[in-house]
Write a protein that binds this ligand. Structure first.
Ligand SMILES: Cc1cc2nc3c(=O)[nH]c(=O)nc-3n(C[C@H](O)[C@H](O)[C@H](O)COP(=O)(O)OP(=O)(O)OC[C@H]3O[C@@H](n4cnc5c(N)ncnc54)[C@H](O)[C@@H]3O)c2cc1C
Length: 282
């Protein structure tokens, strides 16, 4: 497990907030904004959910105290969604309230499709409170064009990504060309909505397509941000900043890194090669 943690450090900024903060500063110094994620998902007790909520309160205090250019991302199942929806709303509501005190922002990550309805409903419930909360939508899901309309009608900020969870054909597109096509159908709607959204991908085809679209349509580059994950395409993140785009890096930390790490391995064979190469070197 220790060897695996060593390898996971490519994608995870450490196990504690103190380990993560210097990485955030390094990114901020390069003009890259951050969203911090305290790793965790599918907690089974109220106590664990409340502890997750507390970890985010501490994190928001720290972001403010240290003057970091960072907001936070969280998973609802880490805050008790599997236990009780109202309880989860209380825990996440506490985080959203604290973020509002600092004029900061909370992004609800999107998990597997069994949670899509509940996540959008929670977004609507919390957004009505302060407006400092946004949600993630996954281009691969058949339902996503409708969900984009729902969230835009409320005035919410969307992070658009492909989707990291394995879903059946009845629920989601399976082939990369179709997922890319859907992504490129949704980006123009987001970028002309007058709301600040995130285009979250490392896929050069989609990044280049978005830049072409923005130039062609005369869209202000400051009106949206590209988002990428910690440990992925760092040089491309710097380049985009140099080209005048907003870039936000998703920086996860914490002890519950294993499911996040396996998702990163599953979605890209080069990440597996990276792990194997280092295992054989040892
Ligand atoms: C900031 C952020 C937040 C996310 N949040 C969520 C979430 O809440 N819920 C969720 O389900 N998913 C989330 N995801 C994950 C997302 O859904 C995808 O699973 C993940 O980003 C992989 O898809 P991709 O578009 O980045 O590129 P991929 O489909 O992995 O790659 C496609 C192509 O892009 C290029 N490419 C990709 N990576 C690299 C690289 N490192 N170097 C060079 N070229 C590369 C290659 O040409 C590759 O063939 C998030 C992703 C990001 C970036």
């Amino acid at each position: 497990m220790k060897a695996l943690m060593f390898l996971a450090r490519r994608f995870v900024a450490g196990t504690t907030i103190d380990e993560a903060v210097p990485k955030v500063r390094e990114l901020n110094d390069e003009g890259i904004k951050v969203t911090l994620d305290v790793l965790g998902e599918n907690v089974s007790t109220r106590d664990l959910a409340e502890k997750s909520g507390d970890a985010y309160l501490t994190l928001l205090d720290r972001i403010d105290r240290d003057g970091l250019d960072a907001n936070v991302s969280l998973k609802l199942t880490q805050m008790g969604l599997d236990i009780d929806t109202d309880f989860c709303a209380d825990v996440v509501g506490g985080v959203v309230d604290r973020a509002a005190e600092y004029d900061n922002f909370v992004r609800l990550d999107m998990e597997g499709s069994t949670y899509t309805d509940a996540t959008i409903a929670m977004f609507e419930r919390l957004f009505a409170r302060h407006g400092n909360v946004g949600v993630v939508l996954q281009a691969m899901l058949h339902r996503t064009p409708d969900d984009v309309r729902t969230v835009l009608d409320r005035g919410g900020r969307i992070r658009l990504c492909k989707g990291a969870y394995k879903e059946p054909p009845a629920i989601a597109l399976q082939k990369m060309p179709q997922i890319r096509e859907r992504f490129t159908e949704l980006v123009p709607t987001l970028l002309t909505s007058g709301i600040y959204h995130g285009v979250a991908t490392h896929d050069e085809k989609l990044i280049a397509w978005t830049i072409d679209h923005v130039r062609r349509e005369g869209i202000d580059p400051a009106s949206f941000e590209f988002q990428m994950l910690y440990g992925m395409r760092r040089e491309r993140q710097r380049e985009l900043v140099r080209e005048g785009y907003n870039v936000r890096c998703y920086v996860p930390y914490g002890t519950h890194w294993f499911p996040y790490f396996t998702r990163r391995l599953r979605e890209r064979k080069e990440n597996v090669f990276f792990v194997l190469k280092h295992l054989f070197k040892k």
